[in-house]
Design a protein around this ligand. Structure first.
Ligand SMILES: Cc1cc2nc3c(=O)[nH]c(=O)nc-3n(C[C@H](O)[C@H](O)[C@H](O)COP(=O)(O)OP(=O)(O)OC[C@H]3O[C@@H](n4cnc5c(N)ncnc54)[C@H](O)[C@@H]3O)c2cc1C
Length: 400
């Protein structure tokens, strides 16, 4: 494909990865981001073998591994019975080197953003995008909050995340989200530095700890602590005060005490609201939606950032093989559509198992799913599911 003028909106994982890939393919790329200084929001996430495959192609896997914590296992226990109801080991895939990588969001962001800057890709910051405008020639311009226009471009890549103003409203906000905090890893504690651990009381109470490696310019290993809470309950949580909340967490999981001790201000906890939405049409004239702008879900299966990276890679492949922009958009979507559909369905299925007011679902989870999941081939299926590998997303993209 001849070099195109491409605007990439949003400096999240999808936008930054797409910018690097398309710039390296010879396109004239411009990034737009609303932050004055681009920065990540939130705590930590789990990079799966799928996302790592894209980062490998970008030559950023070594930098990522240097910051990340190796996560070998996902372990969930019911508080009341002490029974293990979730036990997923990456080793069940039969590949000893395959693990998840817990990473601080700031580290993932810095690795991608520094590569963007090092390659001289222009970034327009303090640019709040409110929409786009289609010209008579099929090219599109970005419309900014101050009324200015950026462009026109042959292609706009919408990587603005789940609340993108470039796509029509879709899906729904979930009742449950979670409070997240990034804290120092408590050395010598009972917590497993190579596992994502969770504790559940029914499905309405969940506490979790994810090792997330080191943040940029800080050698101390970190942990992400999360606590399930309804969006409607956040104000009451604040009002009740930190000590009341710490009491609730301790009652569920006394081992997290060294993490709780580091929390002295409610502002150390950020509430993340989750939404389930999938655009019916991720492509339109002169514009493609990728990452959370196309599909977002609760992080129960930990796939969002990984799927965003896969989308970016598919877009680069689509453009490489296409005759024109509409063809490129269609190819990119075709490469990803099945995997996106599959994981959106799976995540919607699993979310109430861990976050809901249901009594029946967690009852079945604790008594049925826990024991059955230990019987072959369940360990292999679960490991493939969590790794993001079900549906063969890598083969389609020529990734390993
Ligand atoms: C609490 C939590 C935990 C998660 N855990 C995991 C996990 O373990 N594994 C995993 O893979 N995924 C996880 N996810 C999901 C993951 O964070 C997202 O799927 C991923 O960040 C999506 O990347 P993106 O680039 O598409 O969008 P985003 O990361 O949302 O990036 C969008 C960018 O666009 C910018 N922007 C937005 N609107 C505008 C505007 N109007 N104008 C200009 N700029 C704008 C934003 O500032 C941001 O920089 C988690 C999500 C949450 C909330």
């Amino acid at each position: 494909m001849r070099p195109l003028d491409i605007a990439i909106s949003g400096c999240g994982p999808a936008g930054l990865a797409a910018a690097l890939l398309l710039h390296r393919d010879g396109h004239r790329v411009r990034l737009c981001e609303r932050f004055e200084t681009p920065r990540p929001i939130g705590s930590g996430l789990l990079i799966q073998p799928t996302g790592l495959a894209v980062l490998e192609r970008l030559g950023l896997d070594t930098a990522l591994k240097a910051h990340a914590s190796r996560v070998e296992r996902l372990l969930g226990k019911a508080v009341r019975s002490g029974a293990t109801v979730l036990d997923v080991r990456y080793s069940a895939l039969g590949e000893p080197l395959t693990v998840g990588l817990g990473i601080h969001r700031a580290a993932l962001f810095a690795i991608l953003y520094e590569a963007v800057l090092a390659e001289g890709i222009p970034v327009r910051t303090s640019a709040e995008i409110t929409g786009s405008e289609l010209g008579a020639n099929g090219q599109r311009a970005l419309v900014m909050a101050d009324g200015s226009r950026e462009g026109p471009f042959h292609l706009i890549v919408d990587a603005l995340g789940t609340r993108t103003p470039l796509a029509p409203p879709a899906g729904r906000e979930l009742e449950y989200g979670a409070l997240w905090a990034s804290l120092d890893w408590p050395e010598g504690s009972e917590l497993n530095p190579h596992a994502l651990e969770q504790r559940y009381r029914a499905a309405s109470i969940m506490a979790g700890v994810l090792p997330i490696g080191t943040a940029p310019h800080d050698a101390k290993a970190k942990a992400a602590l999360f606590w399930s809470i309804k969006g409607a309950g956040v104000a009451a949580w604040r009002e009740a005060g930190l000590e009341a909340w710490k009491g609730d967490v301790r009652a569920v999981w006394p081992d997290v005490e060294p993490l709780l001790a580091q929390i002295t201000d409610p502002d150390q906890l950020v509430f993340a609201r989750y939404a389930h939405r999938t655009l019916k049409k991720p492509g339109e004239t002169g514009m493609i939606h990728i990452g959370d702008a196309w599909h977002s879900a609760s992080p129960q299966l930990g796939q969002g950032a990984n799927m965003a990276l896969l989308d970016a890679y598919a877009l680069a492949l689509g453009l490489r093989g296409a005759s024109d922009v509409p063809d490129a958009i269609a190819r990119a979507i075709a490469l990803r559509r099945f995997h996106v559909w599959l994981y959106q369905v799976l995540t919607a299925f699993f979310t109430p198992v861990y976050q809901s007011d249901s009594r029946v679902i967690p009852f079945l989870r604790d008594r049925l799913v826990g024991p059955v999941s230990k019987v072959w081939p369940a360990p292999l299926v679960q490991a493939a599911l969590v790794s993001g590998l079900v549906g063969g997303p890598l083969g389609r993209l020529g990734l390993r």
